[in-house]
Write a protein that binds this ligand. Structure first.
Ligand code: SAH
Length: 227
């Protein structure tokens, strides 16, 4: 159980202050993030609360950081890039989004401020419980969590307007594409040790899929089963 947060914990001081957060946002803008909605949400989500306190002074560096269990919280630039690509295709009002790989919960928290609802699946129970507690403390009530192997998505809650994988499979499971709404987009890092590429898959009229490459990336692997 995490302790109760005070307003100061959330707002942050020193290396976790709003000024430090603002500097990160300017950096993201310089690197090419143009969607003001994404920048505004990331300006306010307290990333320092999604990692161990010992690392929180580094929370607003543009880098991925360890969150335990051999996993990482993604680099802010990549979070911004993936969020920007996903929401560009969503219906007005936000739509419903599925994330595979809750991890710290940071990506889900960013999405939470931009979409109608976020369903997020994690295969490591310890990480999921910590993320769930953070969502509760920050009163992010439109996030729903599930402890499961994300290969199967979340069938009884689909279809989703957008799907995002934050761990890299060698190949995106067909089951996930089948939970994508007719105009939906799925964003995923794909590949193995030799290198990964970030793709956006969009449905085409004839029920095919169009694939666009966004970036070279380095995510933890998409694994099977539960831990
Ligand atoms: N979105 C996260 C990134 C966490 S790292 C964040 O913002 O912090 C990726 C996460 O994906 C890890 O926690 C890992 O356990 C999880 N993961 C890997 N394969 C998975 C699978 N098949 N189903 C669900 N979660 C998976």
């Amino acid at each position: 159980m995490l302790r109760r947060l005070t307003r100061n914990d959330i707002v942050g001081v020193g290396m976790t202050s709003q000024r430090t957060r603002d500097r990160l946002i300017e950096r993201l803008r310089d690197k090419g993030i143009a969607d003001e909605r994404v920048l505004e949400v990331m300006r306010h989500v307290p990333r320092h609360l999604f990692m161990d306190e010992a690392l929180s002074t580094r929370a607003y560096e543009d880098s991925s950081l360890p969150i335990g269990c051999g996993q990482t919280i993604s680099q802010p630039f990549i979070v911004a890039r993936m969020t920007e690509a996903l929401i560009a295709s969503l219906p007005a009002g936000g739509g419903r989004v599925l994330e595979i790989g809750t991890g710290s919960g940071y990506q889900a928290a960013v999405l939470s401020g931009l979409v109608e609802s976020v369903h997020t699946v994690e295969r490591i129970g310890y990480l999921l419980e910590r993320a769930r507690e953070r969502f509760r403390q920050l009163e992010l009530r439109n996030i729903h969590v599930k402890y499961a192997d994300g290969h199967m998505g979340w069938p009884d809650q689909g279809p989703f307007d957008g799907i995002m994988l934050t761990a890299a499979p060698e190949r995106v499971p067909d089951e996930l594409f089948s939970q994508l709404a007719p105009t939906g987009t799925l964003i995923a890092p794909v590949g193995g040790a030799a290198g990964q590429r970030l793709f956006a898959y969009t449905r085409t009229g004839d029920n095919g899929l169009e694939r666009q490459e966004l970036d070279m990336v380095s995510f933890v692997p998409f694994l099977g089963g539960r831990d």
